[in-house]
Design a protein around this ligand. Sequence first.
Ligand SMILES: C[S@@+](CC[C@H](N)C(=O)[O-])C[C@H]1O[C@@H](n2cnc3c(N)ncnc32)[C@H](O)[C@@H]1O
Length: 258
Amino acid sequence: MGTYLFGGTGESLDPKFDALSSLLDAGTFARVEQLGVSDGWRCLEVGGGGGSVANWLADVVAPAGHVTVTDIDVTRLEERDNVTVLEHDVVSNILPGNAFDLVHARLVLFYLPARDLVLRKLRDALRPGGWLVLEEFDCLPLEVLSVGSSGAPEDAKLIMRVKNALLTVLDHAGAELAWGARVEKALRDAGLNDVSGSREVQEWEGGSAGCRLLAATARLVRAKLPLTDDEFDRYLELMASPETVVSSYAMCSAQGRR
Ligand SMILES: C[S@@+](CC[C@H](N)C(=O)[O-])C[C@H]1O[C@@H](n2cnc3c(N)ncnc32)[C@H](O)[C@@H]1O
């Protein structure tokens, strides 16, 4: 197991999970619904984080279906009648084989140096015909589109400096910055069938869920960012200002069946 860079905040209301849920849940739910998920499905949600996807799945597959949700940090996950919460490291712990109709992981393999091995473990956890859905970022597209008129060139440069510093920290921790760009091919290489994928770049305005996510992740690694306190405070202001617009990380998703 690697050490998860953003772990251990100890806060039950982690702003990062709130931002992820606001930013991504609607797309995740639509994608998974298209696969026909319904009453009776057995689902595995890997690295479930704040639990929003696991809780939604639990409602969709009730009453006969079941969701197992795993994470190395289960403090925000909720046991329910048809939900089992498992403290589990997907790199080093075993998973049952041929067990699930759906395995879903969002922004988990991105961080794991052993992502290709983990992908094969997730494949093997599927029953024949079951679906694997991965949703991942390609961080490279993020660019500044506009900032407010006061001090604009410096502000745009500051946003790009923070992006580059953040990506360096992630890279050193073992993340694959453009993993999203190769996730569809990785599913094919793992021998899955009916593979398809999508990639979306949006505009994130200051104060939106996307910019809240950028601010929350920067705060989590503040000590590793080569910025003065004034620069960091200015970055947080920019991430909250509606005058800021950046092109987002590309949100890449891919699905395939065993
Ligand atoms: C960026 S968060 C994504 C959370 C959730 N999937 C979402 O999209 O809202 C990454 C999650 O992966 C979990 N994680 C990191 N390393 C893990 C590992 N080796 N095994 C299982 N979960 C892991 C983290 O604890 C965290 O909850």
